[in-house]
Design a protein around this ligand. Structure first.
Ligand code: NPQ
Ligand code: MG
Length: 368
């Protein structure tokens, strides 16, 4: 397969409600959509970087820049392009995993579409639908939080994840547990908001029977996570800390986590995401698919990833309506707590030209 041209497009999707985490408050999802034109047809992808370098060091216009100036020229110069070749070809460029993941996803989509194969089958998926949960942002009041959780449980979500930070942890978790009872699958995500000196405080979460506590400490601080794991009953799950399969092996060897959140963008692509899954499987450690407020493109590909056998916990892959009133693809819906894995070739879904045009804020074309 040869790359013939590409289109980089920014889209802007208003969120149905502001999404507040320990990192900040989001009211609109600006996304970068990539369309590759190849000798065998087109391929679609999105880059999951955010506007600002808050969740990680990547940010949207920076990702567009590295794709435009370095990644696409390198791929346009190649005679034979295939999905596994993307990481090899871009291996000389450090960092930028979300930008690399977007390019790899578009090549995967193009080559699998040409081959008539779905991404789930290609990756080794074993499920036609996947169990899903929902991530609930920090709210102004506990009543407001209880109202949201009630709505999501009614919608059928199989797991509720509460965003926490210092000052918003024990009390909201207690209120949710007391209101909705012991059988609700509940987790918390701190997005790195705590320090090692908070270990005693975090142990206070043990009484609520949480499935896991996600990323309490800084990404590079495996040591504090390992310390916490020795004194806390609740399993520790890492998100920001795991940027490759090698990181996953290191974290597991050090006892820093016993569950892993996998986001393809964070680890540089769907193929590395599968390797993280394989490392976890070899350690008998469950994984689940994280979320980055993806458009329908990333949501479709994440559903394929989450169909692999090691994805033992509900993912942060919610219905489109959890985040957006309008998307660039047909919406995904939750039924009985599950979302169906798209069945078509490639990522299994194509943006609608109408929806795309309505939400696009800029387009740029690249050719050799
Ligand atoms: C997480 N996601 O698991 C992330 C964090 C996150 C669904 O909880 C814009 C783009 C804002 C991506 C805020 C969920 C974001 C973002 C938070 C990702 O840690
Ligand atoms: Mg997280």
């Amino acid at each position: 397969m040869k790359l013939c041209g590409a289109e980089l497009r920014f889209v802007s999707l208003p969120l149905v409600t502001p999404f507040r985490t320990s990192l900040g408050t989001q009211t609109v999802r600006n996304a970068l959509v990539l369309r590759l034109e190849t000798s065998q047809g087109e391929g679609w992808a999105e880059c999951v970087a955010d506007d600002e370098p808050g969740y990680s060091s990547e940010y949207l216009t920076g990702a567009a820049d590295v794709i435009r100036r370095f990644f696409l020229p390198r791929l346009l110069a190649m005679d034979e392009l295939d999905p596994a070749g993307v990481a090899v070809a871009l291996g000389g460029f450090r960092g930028h995993p979300m930008a690399k993941s977007a390019v790899e996803m578009a090549v995967l989509d193009a080559s699998l579409r040409a081959a008539g194969m779905g991404l789930s089958a290609y990756l080794g998926g074993v499920r036609r639908r996947v169990p899903v949960g929902v991530s609930v942002g920090i709210t102004d009041t506990i009543d407001e939080l209880l109202g949201l959780v009630d709505k999501y449980l009614t919608a059928g979500y199989l797991r509720i994840k509460l965003k926490i930070e210092p000052g918003w942890d024990i009390e909201p978790v207690r209120a949710v547990r007391e209101t909705f009872g012991p059988s609700v699958a509940l987790t918390v995500d701190a997005n790195t908001a705590y320090r090692q000196s908070d270990i005693r405080h975090l142990r206070g979460l043990d009484e609520f029977g949480l499935l896991l506590v996600e990323q309490p400490f800084a990404p590079e601080d495996l040591h504090s996570h390992a310390r916490l794991a020795t004194v806390m009953e609740t399993p520790i799950c890492l998100d920001e800390s795991i940027t490759s399969a090698r990181d996953a092996a290191t974290a597991l060897r050090q006892g820093a986590c016993s569950i892993i959140n996998i986001k393809p963008g964070r680890v540089g692509g769907y193929l590395e995401a599968r390797r993280v899954h394989d490392v976890a499987q070899a350690h008998g450690v469950p994984v689940w698919c994280g979320g980055m407020l993806e458009t329908g493109l990333g949501r479709a590909a994440n559903l394929a990833l989450a169909s692999l056998p090691g994805f033992q916990l509900p993912g942060d892959i919610s219905a489109t309506a959890r985040y957006f009133t309008e998307d660039i693809t047909a919406p995904f819906a939750v039924a009985e707590g599950h979302i169906e894995v798209p069945a078509g070739p490639g990522i299994g879904i194509t943006p609608s030209a109408d929806f795309l045009d309505r939400l696009t804020t800029s387009i740029e074309r690249l050719s050799p």
